[in-house]
Design a protein around this ligand. Structure first.
Ligand SMILES: Cc1ncc(COP(=O)(O)O)c(C=O)c1O
Length: 391
């Protein structure tokens, strides 16, 4: 086939902006292939292994032949386990409202597909996790960015929604806490924004993938409303990124539609992974997950003063997740080149903030503290030497 005969791809894929961090990732791979010791602070995934009882249970599930399709909603025992987990947090989320999905990614795509017509606007804070706008655009929706600032923890407020919303905006998507900032939405703002969605007949979708990795006692958005979608995941808190397992709490009004679509789009989430994930809610696994959360907190508290001393501005102390979103304007006016030069000179890999925001100045950087504390100390030493060498 000659090149001019090639069929044209859909506009939605042509318009996807590149991941600028890929340049850093490629450089990391090149350096590693040459034997350089790279410290990976660019990857948004915890460094802890999946808890052993979960692995054991998966292995038993495989031996028992649990490798076939399951109920499209997910296996009942897992939905019951998630429902009881919510009950332990004082929340009444019946198993019938829980849809098991392939990670929060499929949960968010499903919520987007159920709520958004082509041309509908979906309100979303800038900065954001770059895949969240893609879910909306994939179903033909248009992201209506809400420019935020450090003053509100890079989260929107009801007043901002009221100021910017157009009639065509049919939904609001929030992340609580968010990536890249680790900032949650304060409880009062959350309930006011959910109330605004109810009052104005808009859908609300809240991505709570990092909720359990929070350092302040954070509550689910389900505390203030049960008429919105909530995405959860086994990826981060239970260190199961590759298992592809999460869930969507579905409001009553959208249950039938969501189940129908989930069945047609995905059939089901991986069956043995669903079985294994039941073990996540055992006491021994929950205490391992809790120790990881505390370890992340210790890493955050070690890194913040160390990075500040190097000249990175950290205005916001994150509520959760494992990210620091820092302003490097005192060190560079181009974080993309800074990150690239840094990895080449020191082997420390960071993510330029441009991947998360179209409106912030290009001086922001996301640092994922997904390495043991001694490696974080090593990273700080290398960055310090690099900065001193530049003077
Ligand atoms: C805010 C946010 N939402 C969703 C996801 C997707 O997670 P999952 O692995 O559950 O699909 C991520 C992954 O990094 C994320 O940061």
């Amino acid at each position: 086939m000659r090149s001019h005969d090639l069929p044209t791809l859909a506009a939605r894929v042509q318009e996807i902006p590149p991941f600028y961090v890929m340049e850093v990732v490629r450089e990391a791979q090149r350096l590693e292939s040459m034997g350089v010791d790279v410290i990976h602070l660019e990857v948004g995934e915890p460094d802890f292994p999946t808890p052993e009882p979960v692995v054991q249970r998966a292995s038993t599930a495989l031996e028992l032949g649990r490798t076939r399709y399951t109920d499209a909603r997910g296996i009942r025992a897992l939905r019951d386990a998630i429902s009881s987990w919510y009950a332990g947090q004082g929340l009444d989320v019946p198993a019938d409202r829980i849809q098991i999905t392939q990670g929060a990614s499929a949960a968010l795509l499903l919520a987007a597909a159920v709520t958004t017509n082509p041309g509908d606007g979906v309100l979303m804070a800038d900065p954001a996790y770059p895949c969240n706008p893609r879910f909306i655009e994939t179903v033909g929706g248009e992201v209506h960015w809400i420019k935020t600032s450090a003053a509100t923890g890079f989260q929107p407020t009801r007043a901002m929604l009221e100021a910017v919303a157009r009639t065509s905006d049919r939904a609001l998507m929030l992340a609580h806490p968010a990536n890249p900032t680790g900032m949650a939405v304060p409880a009062s703002d959350l309930s006011e924004m959910l109330a605004w969605c109810r009052e104005t007949g808009r859908h609300a979708i809240v991505d709570e993938i990092y909720l359990n990795l929070s350092f302040n006692p954070l509550k689910s958005s389900l505390v203030s409303s049960d008429s919105h979608f909530v995405a959860g995941s086994f990826s981060k808190y239970f260190n199961m990124t590759g298992w592809r397992l999460g869930w969507l709490v579905v409001p009553e009004y959208a249950l039938t539609a969501t189940q129908k679509l989930a069945q047609h789009l995905f059939i089901c989430a991986p069956s043995f992974a669903q079985d294994a994930a039941i073990a996540c809610f055992q006491e021994d696994v929950l205490s391992v997950a809790e120790s990881h959360r505390l370890e992340l907190l210790a890493r955050r508290d070690m890194l913040i003063p160390a990075l500040r001393a190097l000249g990175f501005q950290i205005v916001l102390v994150p509520d959760g997740a494992f990210y620091l979103f820092v302003d490097a304007s005192a060190l560079t006016d181009d974080a993309q080149s800074f990150c690239l030069d840094l990895i080449r000179q020191t082997g420390v890999a960071l993510t330029p903030g441009i991947d998360f925001s179209a409106t912030l100045p290009p001086t922001w950087i996301r640092i994922a503290y997904t390495q043991p504390i001694d490696r974080l100390h090593e990273a700080v030493t290398r960055i310090s030497e690099y900065l001193h060498a530049r003077i």
